[in-house]
Design a protein around this ligand. Structure first.
Ligand SMILES: C[S@@+](CC[C@H](N)C(=O)[O-])C[C@H]1O[C@@H](n2cnc3c(N)ncnc32)[C@H](O)[C@@H]1O
Length: 216
């Protein structure tokens, strides 16, 4: 997996000073180095621009790396709502999004994402693109909320679904979330409201389209 990702990054990722500054700012602030991989970030940008999504919800901001990738996809016309547990992380993410020129197009909701999602549901908010990249134990809950908050045909992208390849390789040392991710991937694959595919890039991204029930 590592070798394949290095190969993909070496061919398709071009040096990006702004994103490299984001990575440095995360390290300087003593935060974990767990942003999406460069190629996953580029794919997020492409998915937003191809789908034309303008109202994006991110779960798990960290220092704003994926937030910038998402915002680049909608350019000057979209809005990003980002949910982050840690106030300090959200502040850094906001500074980085502002540096990237998206300060007016992003808003952060801090605290446990499940509470923020419940608030968004109560307020009848709708989104056309979701990126789930926070605590893995809640992935199924996050997925259910995203479906609830989705415009028909919305896309939901979930990161880390391969758990470093351990979900597919019986000889690999199991990770903390291997068993959980295996079960989650089965749920997504069979979900009646989703049409999905797992893309083995970075730590694995699943891309799900919310089926428009009115056109079935
Ligand atoms: C893998 S990092 C996100 C990386 C980010 N998406 C990127 O690629 O730039 C996961 C983030 O989820 C946040 N998080 C963990 N548990 C959470 C929760 N219950 N509610 C909201 N955010 C949470 C963590 O603080 C962390 O910043």
């Amino acid at each position: 997996m590592k070798q394949i990702n290095s190969y993909i990054d070496s061919l398709f990722y071009t040096k990006d000073d702004l994103l490299e500054e984001v990575i440095s700012s995360i390290q300087e602030n003593g935060m974990p180095s767990i942003s999406v991989s460069p190629s996953s970030g580029k794919l997020l940008t492409m998915l937003i621009s191809i789908s034309g999504a303008k109202n994006v919800l991110e779960i798990g901001a960290l220092g704003g790396y994926s937030g910038i990738c998402l915002a680049r996809g909608f350019g000057s016309e979209g809005q990003l709502t980002s949910l982050e547990l840690q106030e300090e992380y959200a502040k850094l993410a906001y500074r980085n999004l502002s540096k990237a020129g998206f300060g007016d197009q992003v808003s952060y909701m801090t605290g446990a994402a499940l509470q923020s999602l419940e608030k968004l549901a109560q307020d009848n908010k709708k989104f056309d693109f979701f990126f789930i990249d926070a605590d893995k134990d809640n992935y199924e809950n996050y997925l259910q909320y995203c479906i609830k908050l989705a415009e028909p045909g919305a896309l939901i992208v979930m990161d880390n679904v391969l758990a470093r390849g351990s979900v597919a390789d019986p000889d690999a040392e199991p990770k903390r979330h291997t068993a959980f991710m295996k079960a989650f991937n089965e749920t997504v694959a069979k979900h009646p409201q989703l049409e999905s595919m797992l893309i083995p890039i970075g730590d694995g991204l699943t891309l799900s389209k919310v089926i428009d029930q009115t056109h079935k």
